[in-house]
Design a protein around this ligand. Structure first.
Ligand code: CO
Length: 459
């Protein structure tokens, strides 16, 4: 019996506990050790890392990836991609998705975990196709949620579609940590029965279920689990790597991990974590167990967003109403899984409905786009009356939204001209124009200063 581990400290743990603020220079010294630990893969890129590198860390995310690749030649590097949204919050044209996948692989990524917020497989098809073309491992991720329409049969059907597209593994992505041990056991079992693919399970410790969930998932035949090295584990992050290694070995599983290396990695990250606690980046709240998500079926991050939104509006006393309105909006919208960007859209609408005193009197442009079908097919139909009220005369999207988008890469490249020094720059700019451009300017300045310095040195 064998089970393998994906280490998340550089991406999901980093994102969930300290808002992705870990700079490359901080973790660089431990990469060589991590390379010898025997991980199935190290998740190190995608999700919010790309955005945050530019916005807060003054780092080129592509450069970060190349450096990690060089320091870890023996370990598979993994990234998280939001399908047709790549790393942003709306749909991009196919040529951009393809270029993004191509350059991710060329810069060092081995495994691309691809998901869609609505589980509309048409939104991951192009990314999967391109990953396969470049010999990368495309992992099809199911956004896990619970609702009357999210049955085990439905999940198996989604996974089957993904298998047909050519994914090499299926991942159950439980972003809110709400999947219980029995649900995990049943779903992993069904996927293993129905498909010929390895099954990866991803959850969060938020509600405290994660250790039990992983154990039952492994018993049902899960091939890979996502964990975080202990100093960056627990709470909104993943459960600890060392603990699961210990427990699963005791149960007779072959885990392939080097425990001495794990200890070195943990020793390295302890003072790093303490630093983030000391400066207030890592908050006790994100380290704690929060079972509210189990009763409300609302991810932890969304609860804190609701709170801060109401606080801004001076309406904290309406919290209970907003909380009760959230599942109603989600039902009206056809039960989308609550993950970026649908979680933000549903949360904002619930608060608006409560504060306006009339439901859907005001809607965001995102909700309108959602009702038009710009985000894809919803799990269940949107309530027809509400949809009619929101859309008015606005026509709905027919077919797949990205098919209506003009190619963007070449025009962006021309527009940028010399500001972009490579195709990766063009992609950075397409994904995050407002933050990539100042970054390019700063980088150029730094390089020019360096050049002057070199000339002086030569003299
Ligand atoms: Co996650």
């Amino acid at each position: 019996m064998k089970v393998q581990f994906t280490e998340t400290v550089l991406r999901d743990a980093n994102q969930s506990l300290i808002a992705t603020r870990l700079p490359y220079e901080t973790f660089a010294p431990i990469l060589e050790t991590m390379d010898q630990a025997g991980f199935y893969s190290v998740e190190c890129w995608g999700g919010a890392t790309f955005d945050v590198c530019f916005r807060y860390l003054n780092e080129d995310p592509w450069d970060r990836l190349r450096k990690i690749r060089k320091a870890m030649p023996n370990t598979k590097l993994q990234m998280l991609l939001r399908g047709q949204n790549i790393l942003g919050y709306h749909h991009y044209p196919d040529d951009v998705v393809r270029k993004f996948v191509e350059y991710s692989v060329k810069n060092g990524i081995d495994i691309i975990r691809i998901f869609d917020a609505l589980n509309d497989v048409r939104n991951i098809e192009v990314a999967v196709d391109e990953a396969v073309k470049w010999d990368a491992h495309a992992s099809g991720a199911i956004s896990y949620t619970t609702s009357p329409v999210h049955t085990r049969e439905k999940y198996v059907e989604i996974a089957r579609d993904m298998q047909k597209m050519g994914v090499q593994s299926i991942c159950i992505k439980d972003m809110a940590g709400i999947m219980g041990p029995q649900e995990a056991y049943d779903l992993v079992g069904s996927l293993k029965d129905a498909l010929e693919l390895p099954v990866v399970v991803h959850t969060h410790s938020t509600t405290g279920l994660a250790f039990m969930t992983y154990l039952k998932a492994v018993e049902a035949g899960a091939d890979v689990i996502d964990t975080a090295i202990s100093p960056f584990s627990g709470g909104t992050s993943q459960p600890a790597t060392e603990t699961l290694c210990y427990a699963l070995k005791q149960l007779g599983y072959e885990v392939g991990l080097n425990e001495d290396r794990l200890k070195e990695i943990a020793d390295f990250f302890k003072p790093v974590r303490d630093q983030f606690i000391a400066d207030g980046t890592m908050m006790p709240k994100s380290m704690a167990t929060d079972t509210q998500c189990l009763s409300y079926q609302i991810p932890g991050g969304m609860l804190s967003n609701l709170l801060s939104q109401l606080k801004m509006m001076n309406a904290l006393d309406r919290f209970d109403e907003a909380l009760a309105e959230t599942p109603r909006v989600r039902a009206d919208m056809g039960y989308p899984p609550l993950v970026t960007p649908t979680s933000q859209m549903v949360g904002v609408q619930a608060v608006t409905n409560v504060l306006q005193g009339e439901r859907y009197k005001k809607v965001s442009s995102e909700i309108k786009a959602y009702c038009r079908g710009e985000y894809g097919r919803t799990p269940a139909p949107i309530d027809p009356e509400i949809k009619a009220q929101i859309l008015g005369d606005t026509p709905e999207v027919e077919g797949r939204y990205a098919d209506t988008l003009e190619p963007q890469f070449e025009t962006a490249k021309q527009e940028l001209g010399e500001k972009a020094t490579c195709d990766e720059d063009v992609l950075s700019w397409i994904a995050f124009p407002q933050i990539a451009e100042p970054f390019f300017e700063k980088r150029k300045e730094q390089e020019e200063n360096r050049a002057v310095y070199t000339i002086e040195e030569m003299e």
